[in-house]
Write a protein that binds this ligand. Sequence first.
Ligand code: PLP
Length: 429
Amino acid sequence: MDTDRRRVIEIVNLQNKWRREQCVNLIASESLMSPLAERLFVSDFEGRYNEHSGPERHYEGTKFSYEIEEICNELFRKNFITRYADVRPISGAIANLIIYAALTKPGDIIVGLGIPNGAHISHTRWGVAGIRGLKNVDVAFNVATMNIDVDKTVEIIKKASPKLVMLGASMFLFPEPIREIKEQINPKIKIIYDAAHVFGLVYNKVFQRPFDEGADIITSSTHKTFQGPQGGIIIGNYKLLHEDWKKIDTAIFPGTLSNTHIHRFPALAITALEMNKFGRAYAEQVVKNAKALGRALFDRGFKVLCPHLGFTESHQLILDVRKHGGGQYVAKQLARCNIICNKMALPQDSPHDATHNPSGIRLGVQELTRWGMKEPDMATVAEFWKRAMIDKEPTERIKYDIIAFKKKFNKILYCFNPQKALHELEKVG
Ligand SMILES: Cc1ncc(COP(=O)(O)O)c(C=O)c1O
């Protein structure tokens, strides 16, 4: 019993030290909250319930949880210039499920990217779309530009007559042609833009503006490039009909959720406030770093996709690593050196290869940016890659150098000054 207790504490300490102090983290879907957001993540809200929407709640004791939820909603309403935002979905996949529950019926068709082209599983029959009984049709994808082929996709949409078109992706290098698709399809078909990966860039207006370009609804996680607590969000275009938003509200509660994990709201509000103040500089540096890392890896002989397009316009890079042993092998080999990233299926992979040893690796630079790294540091990271995968230096030697390198980046940036903020916290208390 005592050893289990000790081990639990030890595991948390080991995790904190390893992933925060000793690794170069390139997982594209992860986030690092600011010290103040993290401090506010644990509070009495953690054990409370707050069912229903608006001021009418099913339990007493909810006046502060309602207020903090509303502060969050209002921050997102303001940023996206709309009346419709709801932070109750507990994750990005659940936000998509809520949309399906609200706006489709079992047997309906949805058009999405398809797994080989980077769709999230929740857009497919293997995920929550399948649980809702929806049928999938995939867009046409242009592998050379790693983007949707508009003409062929419009034809596919016209033929399939879907209820929804799910844009956005997990493999997401370039802004998608929302406007071009919207202008050519039946206006009754709703475009849902799943911004999970690029939400921090979209929020700070350095990627694309989904609502201006024709998306009806944005779904997202709140914890990838938007570096908040793990959770989900749904935002409606200001043009959305009130009756559609009502359906979404009902699909959230009582349809899909009871408890909405309200302890995340203070951290979410602080993250949004920090994004309002520091987010533009953060998001611009993320894209600069991604491009710089793409160039540095490419110059060292790695096959980074889309060199003719500057590699990326987001936080991500995609590499074809077949000649280095495939995505699974490369990800595991790099992890031995404390470089953390994940394997990725590429569009041309067979279903067998896609699951067993896909051709690709996906990288994201949002966390390195948060630690204060800039373009020259991306060359250092690329050099570690080369030493691991081309020079095949002993992993222990590379790991030693990575730990020394990471020591220089030990403060989380683009956030409120932690000392000042924590001092204020005590004063306010
Ligand atoms: C495009 C996309 N949508 C939704 C999700 C699911 O988000 P969550 O993990 O918050 O459920 C992901 C997760 O990586 C994603 O990439």
